[in-house]
Design a protein around this ligand. Structure first.
Ligand code: SAH
Ligand code: SF4
Ligand code: F3S
Length: 494
């Protein structure tokens, strides 16, 4: 059963006549979303009950997540649907159903998935009832889907980013028939609200405020696999956050590829800063974060809103990508080195305690030593609290992939090492500036290395380890930051 569509398919509920026709018992399914998906959740639940009788236990599932916070949030939604279907959560090794939510932003994200599939194949040979699904960004690349259909025939279900809300319906299609079910859409203008989610942490949650990206940075595959930018309506976002707060969430992270352009496609224009002010008014929410800010759209209104806020965390992730204005232009980033540095100054002038983090790519096609020196110069001037450094990865279909003068591997590696050394040395010093202060910390978990300690997060996103127990998890407590250990603190509760 396949539905690989090359045309845009905005009308989701009707877009798949084959699937609908072929599903036994699906004739009565509502056409409205999300009702339709709740109908299929119930159908899958009945299947899970039969499975439990047959095997003496509930089917176990595991969602394996790759990629960014947006993918992580999608995985929570898949887990929420599985939970309602009566699947029990398990480790990957024990799962009867493994779903891999994939990322394709860089080649190594891709390679991991193929490696994992090899392991799953062996496991499925031993447990033929096992189900394997693939979804997420990588599945939006036609050549990937072709490869899986040809060389990984044991995969049961493939779907993409635009129809993830249809997971229950697609799983039911697989359970009611034989062979691989493939459903990939090229794009969508639809946002389906009110499906369940199963959060990883009870006290914090990501909240999508927009989907897709319109920026087409020349190296980046995200706009091709996530489609055009679509903002959720403020009312829907606020309702979700109110429900999260009622469910014990104290920290939300508003998610989008470029949150600063939030609201541009809505009927009534709402700026991101305005949305933040509305979120700030939700009782029970103590901390607000957001990801990611594009420098080209960072407004004074947003900076002021942050500065005036008690709840918006003192952290801004502001991807630089390169310090060379020449390369930034070819990257299609719409800002110069000087404009970027001016933003940094403006943020620090208004919020001296703000933590700034960034993303940097090394080895973009045509990058010269001079370009690279410009990047180092920005790193030295901006003094980031931390930076994610990436080696440029050639993504098929992006303009940069077709550019001549790709930089040789050894040159890139050398620049990468020099950049990392610089970034780390500065970050170490920048991070230490809070030593001796007492700051509020949201406790997240028992420390992985030492069970007598808990690990929490400062407003500025740095981690602190201090003596405590599980009763503190989810609480915001005052902690004296006694010692900075490079990129984290040791402390004591006050
Ligand atoms: N929307 C976010 C970034 C999402 S992808 C933004 O614009 O800030 C996260 C990071 O991956 C990017 O900031 C970039 O630094 C990196 N990245 C994206 N495409 C890449 C590529 N082809 N090679 C290497 N790094 C890449
Ligand atoms: Fe990619 Fe640029 Fe969009 Fe970020 S803003 S997701 S880097 S295209
Ligand atoms: Fe990866 Fe998709 Fe996020 S490509 S970085 S999971 S949007």
């Amino acid at each position: 059963m396949e539905n690989y569509t090359d045309d845009m398919m905005p009308d989701a509920a009707y877009s798949d006549p084959d699937l609908k026709r072929n599903l036994p018992g699906a004739e009565d399914a509502p056409l409205q979303e999300p009702d339709r998906q709740y109908y299929f959740i119930e159908k899958c639940r009945q299947w899970a009950e039969r499975f439990a009788v047959e095997h003496g236990q509930c089917p176990r599932s595991c969602v394996v997540n790759y990629g960014c916070q947006m993918n992580a949030r999608d995985s929570e939604k898949l887990a929420g649907i599985l939970d309602q279907m009566g699947f029990e959560k398990s480790a990957e090794e024990e799962a009867d159903f493994v779903i891999m939510n994939t990322c394709t932003v860089r080649e190594n994200a891709n390679l991991k998935v193929y490696g994992r599939l090899g392991v799953l194949k062996a496991r499925k040979q031993k447990n033929p009832h096992m189900l394997i699904a693939l979804c997420g960004c990588m599945m939006q690349e036609p050549k990937v889907v072709e490869k899986i259909k040809k060389s990984y025939r044991f995969v049961d279900l493939i779907f993409g980013t635009h129809n993830i809300y249809r997971f229950a319906e697609l799983l039911y299609a697989r359970l009611s028939g034989d062979g691989m079910v493939v459903d990939i859409w090229k794009d969508t203008d639809k946002i389906v609200e009110n499906l369940p989610a199963d959060r990883k942490y009870f006290f914090k949650s990501g909240v999508n405020i927009m989907f897709g990206c319109n920026n087409f940075c020349s190296y980046c595959i995200v706009p091709y696999v996530r489609g055009r930018e679509r903002s959720r309506r403020p009312l829907e976002i606020l309702r979700e956050i109110e429900n999260l707060a009622a469910d014990g969430v104290v920290e939300v992270m508003l998610l989008g590829q470029n949150v600063n352009s939030y609201g541009k496609n809505l009927d009534t224009l709402v700026s991101f800063a305005e949305l933040l002010r509305q979120v700030e008014a939700v009782p029970g929410i103590s901390r607000i974060r957001f990801m990611t800010s594009h420098p080209k759209d960072l407004s004074d209104e947003l900076i002021q809103t942050m500065a005036n806020s008690e709840k918006i965390c003192r952290h801004m992730h502001l991807p630089l990508q390169s310090g060379s204005s020449r390369l930034l232009k070819i990257m299609n980033r719409h800002y110069t080195k000087e404009q970027y540095l001016a933003l940094v100054d403006k943020l620090r002038a208004v919020m001296p305690d703000i933590s700034l983090t960034t993303d940097i790519i090394v080895g973009f096609p045509g990058e010269t030593e001079e370009d690279f020196q410009e990047t180092l110069d920005v790193v030295r001037k901006a003094r980031f609290d931390s930076a994610f450094t990436f080696i440029y990865s050639r993504r098929t279909g992006t303009p940069a992939a077709a550019m001549e003068d790709q930089v040789p591997e050894d040159v890139v590696k050398d620049r990468f090492d020099r950049l990392l050394a610089e970034v780390q040395e500065i970050a170490k010093k920048t991070c230490a500036r809070l030593e001796g202060q007492t700051q509020p910390v949201l406790v997240e978990e028992i420390n992985a290395q030492d069970a007598r300690l808990v690990t929490g997060r400062l407003s500025n996103n740095l981690l602190v380890h201090f003596p405590g127990d599980a009763s503190l998890i989810g609480k915001i407590v005052d902690v004296e930051l006694t010692q900075c250990r490079g990129f984290y603190y040791l402390g004591n509760q006050r």
